[in-house]
Design a protein. Sequence first.
Length: 60
Amino acid sequence: MSVTPDFLARVEEPLFVVDANGKEDAVHALRAQDPRLTAWRAVGACPRVELWVHTGADAP
C-alpha cells in the first residue's frame, strides 16, 4: 500500500506490517530511525510508530 506524506502527517500511530523475508535491511533501518529511509522520513514526526515483523520463525 502506498500513501502520501501528507496523509501520513495526519496519522497519529502508523503501523507497519512487514514480511522480513528479503527486507531485513529495511527493517533494521526503520528500527534504527535512519533518516535516509523514506519510510522513517514519512513517519518520523508521529508520536508513536508500531512495527510488526513476520519472520520464517513465526510460521507454524
